[in-house]
Structures are given as C-alpha cells and as structure tokens.
Design a protein around this ligand. Structure first.
Ligand code: NAP
Length: 251
C-alpha cells in the first residue's frame, strides 16, 4: 500500500523540523516546498521542490496530480499570499489543511515596543536621524530608502542585491539562531538606537528583542499581515499529531 503523501509549504525552521520528524517515521511520503528565495537553504529531510505553483489553482492542481493526502502550511507568518492560497487550494482539492504558525511574542515589562501596521508604517515611524537595526530580511527594504537620514544596519541570509540596497547601509550576512548575548554585543558595537522587527514568535529570532529590552532600546514591531487562524497549531509536535490524525495513522 502506498504511503500517505504530505506536502509541507515551508521556508521556516519549523517546516524543516517538521519534515525531519515526519520522514523519520518511515510511513509517510513527505515533500517540502520552498519558494526559492534563499540561495543556499539548509539541508532538508525528504523530497524538496522549489518555486511557486502559480496561485491557488496551480497549488490545487499540484495536490491532485501528486495524490497529496494532507497539506501543511508551515510558512512564515508574514508570507501572507501563500497562506491564502493554501486555504483556497485545500478547499478546491477537498483536502485537510494543517496550519503551523507560532503565536506572536507578547511584550513584557521593560519592553519599549512601538507598533507598526506594515513595513511602510515602520519606515515612517523612525523619526529623526537614528542608527536602525533592520532585522527584517532583504526583501522589504524599499520603504526605508524614502528615509535616508538614518544609518541602517541590515541583516540577511543572502546578500542584498543592488536593486534592493539602501545607500550607506551596513550589511551583515548571517543566518539564525541568534543568541541574546551576541545580539546585545551587536547592538552595542553598531551603536544601534532603534530596532525594527517582525513578530515571528520564533525563539531563534527573539535574542534581539531581549537584548533591546536589556539595553532599554525601542523596537518598532511590525504587525502580522493577517490574524493567526484559530485552528492553527503552534508547535512542531502538535503539527505532527494533527497530520497523523488527518492521514489516519497512529501517533
Ligand atoms: P508570499 O508573499 O506569501 O508568497 C509569494 C509567492 O511565492 C506565493 O504566491 C507562491 O507563488 C510563492 N511561495 C511562497 N511560499 C512558497 C512555498 N513555501 N513553496 C512554494 N511557493 C511559495 O511569501 P513571501 O513573503 O515572499 O515568502 C516566501 C517564502 O519565504 C515563504 O515560503 C516563507 O515561509 C519564507 N519566509 C518569509 C519571510 C517573510 O518575512 N515574508 C520570512 C522568512 C521566511 P505561487 O502563487 O506562484 O504559488
């Protein structure tokens, strides 16, 4: 009998761990899908496919053609389009959809968060000249170009292309996880006076938030583009249980 086929929409550390755990069971046929934004993604367990599907209908066709039994959306909480497509495609292909999305971080005592509704809003909130740590990747730098009075420190996994660059910025090439002490040292060394972050909820990205709190620095926190689905699971273990249930396999 063929093994139930699982398609994981990935691009996150959780998706990688999930694929690893599911593959280790040996009774599932696991495919991990990546958008192809990162030039050298970390090694992944199972089969990997790369690139868009061509919208919700393209994804639905892929699900049907590949006999997928369960679709898993384990994409980043700020990847809004693919998540909308996943909902539509699972409905078109009449498949269960499991959403793995971390709960957002909540501010704690000592945090000085400034809420921004979008990346554009965050860029406009920075005010007078500042040393800004931009920890939002390299894809959404454009709004900050309209505020050239600041000195930007931009961290990304892949180099920032000339079409994305901000004049005069400092570029750091690093892949997480980022530990709090290293983040604190970086903020001090670069003389950062404000941090811009997305609220990924991921422990691997929390170091800068805790370090900013220790140093008394404000953090412009960009809101998630959509609210977290009520039936989303928050951890890899919960996702495994939900997927096995949907696939009719024992835990
Ligand atoms: P997006 O705006 O939601 O997606 C744009 C298009 O990229 C989608 O419509 C889809 O193309 C394709 N796509 C996205 N994720 C895909 C996947 N896992 N497999 C195959 N195709 C995918 O997403 P984004 O914000 O550009 O993010 C792209 C990827 O980077 C995501 O997989 C996400 O998990 C990861 N990521 C994003 C962020 C972030 O801050 N946005 C941070 C870390 C990692 P088609 O419509 O042609 O299918």
């Amino acid at each position: 009998m063929s093994m139930p086929a699982i398609l994981i929409l990935g691009g996150t550390g959780e998706a990688r761990l999930l694929a690893e755990q599911l593959c280790a069971r040996g009774d599932l046929d696991v495919t991990l899908s990546l958008a192809g934004r990162t030039k050298s993604p970390l090694p992944q367990a199972g089969r990997v496919r790369v690139g868009g599907f061509g919208g919700a209908e393209g994804l639905a066709a892929f699900l049907r053609e590949n006999g997928i039994a369960v679709l898993v959306d384990a994409t980043h909480p700020y990847a809004a389009r693919i998540s909308v497509n996943a909902v539509a495609a699972s409905s078109l292909a009449c498949l269960p959809l499991v959403v793995l999305e971390r709960a957002p971080w909540q501010p704690v005592e000592g945090d000085r968060w400034i809420d921004a509704s979008s990346v554009e809003d965050a860029a406009g909130l920075l005010g007078k000249r500042r040393n800004v740590f931009l920890a939002i990747g390299r894809q959404e730098l454009a709004p900050f170009r309209a505020h050239p009075q600041h000195r930007y420190i931009v961290r990304s996994v892949d180099p920032v292309g000339s079409d994305q660059a901000i004049a005069g910025a400092v570029y750091l090439l690093e892949r997480g996880p980022f530990d709090i002490n290293a983040e604190r040292a970086l903020l001090v060394e670069q003389d950062v006076d404000i941090v811009v972050s997305k609220n990924s909820g991921a422990p691997a990205a929390y170091g800068k938030i805790a370090a900013a709190r220790q140093l008394g620095l404000p953090v412009v926190m960009i809101a998630r583009p959509r609210s977290r689905p009520v039936d989303a699971v928050s951890t890899v273990d919960e996702a495994v249980r939900r997927i096995l249930h949907c696939a009719g396999l024992p835990a």
